[in-house]
Design a binder for this molecule. Sequence first.
Ligand SMILES: C[S@@+](CC[C@H](N)C(=O)[O-])C[C@H]1O[C@@H](n2cnc3c(N)ncnc32)[C@H](O)[C@@H]1O
Length: 281
Amino acid sequence: MTLNPRGFAGASWLRDVFLTVPREHFVPDQVWWPTAREDGLYSLIDRTERPRAWLKAVYRTGTALITQIDDGQVPPTGPAVGAFTSSVSSSGVIIELLRHLAPRPGDHVLEIGTGTAYTTALLTTRTGPQTVVSIEIDPRIAERARDRLTAMQLDPLVITGDGEQGYAPAGPYDRIVATASVRRIPPAWLEQLRPGGVLVAPLDSPFGCDLLVRLTGDGQDGGRGKFVAAVEFMRVRGQRERRPHAELGWPGELDPERWQDLRIDAGPRGQRVIEPSVLPQ
Ligand SMILES: C[S@@+](CC[C@H](N)C(=O)[O-])C[C@H]1O[C@@H](n2cnc3c(N)ncnc32)[C@H](O)[C@@H]1O
């Protein structure tokens, strides 16, 4: 399994939004480093105590920083252990997501998993005022995200709720992007995607990682697409429990080196991953 991030890959708009939005404005003052120390704990980097180390961590392109452990049960006061439940995604992964999403000025966008709102701010900077709805399930994280966006005079609508339901009142959307992964693409996302609209989301795979799926809406509550990158994301809360991949539309005995050849169909009756050998010529 190889991930070959292509960076901005000639997308100058993406480079421009990254240069416009200050990442440090969105990252909390206390974050955990995502690699465990020898004693099994994750180090806390506190901006007030180590401002230079904090800033260096914030701008390391290949690293997500952990902003919540165990759904907020662990206070950010020192080294800790537990399940990562919120983060600021790594810049490298956000670039990959946004490059494949390719939002255009004026597009209506739905984002699932607001987190720090850094990705939300990048999106809004591209698409413009009153274009972005972002859903975050954790009320405290959603509240902080709203504050950070308002302080930058950005106006996305941040909804506190279950992103698996989407947000129909502002739909349909030209673009839907999830920064939390799913095992099954929620039907509401497909229903709320405009015909020809693009959905980009990390989908659990049998290969020990998530695969970033890029689907185009078919106008009939479904979509078709392919996998564009291997990534690692936190799961949406409602889909944490493991499920057999066969139940989720994955064929058995796939070659992990050939994931880029696979295709996916998703719709009201579920999702189906298709091998190239069974595609019509
Ligand atoms: C990886 S973080 C998002 C990071 C964000 N892109 C950033 O850079 O700050 C995933 C977020 O999804 C949220 N989340 C989990 N399940 C969710 C759900 N069902 N609906 C909405 N948000 C959810 C988590 O609380 C977490 O804040």
